[in-house]
Write a protein that binds this ligand. Structure first.
Ligand code: ZN
Length: 166
């Protein structure tokens, strides 16, 4: 069925790896890349490379940043006594858009899910516990989604955090 030149076929296969994009959608995107002018296509390739090499986890909250510490963690005006625990960096962006929360965040990078084989030690829980050691944090708010995985993760965390007196 595939009469595409090999480089085009490779591009289609890459797009097809995205969640929610099937083979047809992937082909559509790949053809669009070929209709771009060269400078646009190179800028696109550079943007992928840059995002991947320059963006990493904040050493404190584990959200994505291109610095050692993200702007939220380095903002002295934010309330360091409260940590809002979320599943992904996108959740941080969503909470920030509401402009109502002035505390800090912690990003778990996933939820506990026995079905998908994701256990607590694959999440950024060790990093969260490390932040609770010096007594600055008085309150940890769980803001994981009300799914089975979200509830299980919240329950697990409350069990290990409660004994710390937070
Ligand atoms: Zn941070």
């Amino acid at each position: 069925m595939a009469y595409n030149p090999a480089p085009l076929e490779r591009l289609i296969e890459h797009f097809a790896k995205f969640n929610g994009i099937g083979r047809k959608g992937a082909a559509r995107l790949a053809y669009q890349v070929l209709t771009m002018d060269a400078s646009q296509a190179m800028a696109f390739a550079d943007a992928i490379r840059d995002a991947h090499t320059k963006v990493h986890r904040c050493s404190i909250c584990q959200s994505f940043t291109d610095a050692e510490v993200c702007p939220i963690c380095s903002d002295g005006g934010r309330d360091g006594s409260t940590i809002l625990v979320v599943e992904s960096p996108q959740d941080v962006a969503a909470f920030e858009r509401t402009r109502e929360y002035r505390g800090r965040y912690h990003v778990l990078h996933g939820l506990i899910s026995p079905v998908d084989g994701i256990t607590a030690d694959q999440l950024a829980i060790r990093e969260l516990l490390a932040r609770l050691q010096d007594g600055t944090v008085k309150e940890v708010i769980m803001a994981t989604n009300p799914t089975v995985e979200g509830e299980a993760t919240a329950l697990y965390l409350s069990k290990i955090i409660k004994p710390l007196g937070v």
